[in-house]
Design a protein around this ligand. Structure first.
Ligand code: SF4
Length: 78
């Protein structure tokens, strides 16, 4: 799955939402989140993010590793 990291916080540009073919990007209070069970790994969202917040799960920079968990937890809590 793809995941959204810290650069999205308080930005929520939403260009990614327009690109996602399965509509699996959802809006939280301060950032957007990718529903991991719905993401089809197409990669369409990644290049359109103006702040480069989107990464394939294996490519998330170490300092933002917590965002992989945060993406998953967001959907477990709603
Ligand atoms: Fe949607 Fe594709 Fe991005 Fe997954 S990789 S969130 S399916 S646009």
């Amino acid at each position: 799955t793809y995941t959204i990291a810290e650069p999205c916080v308080d930005v929520l540009d939403k260009a990614c939402i327009e690109e996602c073919p399965v509509d699996c990007i959802y809006e939280g209070n301060r950032m957007l989140y990718i529903q991991p069970d719905e993401c089809v790994d197409c990669g369409a969202c990644e290049p359109v993010c103006p702040v480069e917040a989107i990464f394939y799960e294996d490519d998330v920079p170490d300092e933002w590793a917590e965002y992989v968990t945060a993406n998953i937890d967001f959907f477990n809590e709603i």
